[in-house]
Design a protein. Structure first.
Length: 77
């Protein structure tokens, strides 16, 4: 089964908590089960996304790093 990303957010250069706020806004416009991919460069985003996902119930499916870019894939609850 292929994974379908429904929305991509390039938030590189945006300091925390900006990336989490932007994902929250994007998810408000998405259907349950849809995926959003986020690219960020602020290292604190790793911790913030993990805490935010636990608090909101949304699924953090991926948290990876490529050089100085962090990639997150979130599934809306």
């Amino acid at each position: 089964m292929a994974i379908v990303i429904h929305r991509r957010l390039d938030l590189q250069g945006l300091p925390c908590p900006g990336p989490v706020r932007a994902v929250n806004d994007a998810l408000a416009q998405m259907a349950s089960g849809e995926l959003v991919e986020v690219l960020a460069t602020d290292p604190c985003a790793v911790r913030e996304f993990a805490v935010w996902a636990r608090a909101t119930g949304n699924d953090l499916l991926e948290s990876s790093q490529f050089g100085n870019v962090f990639r997150f894939v979130v599934r809306k609850l």
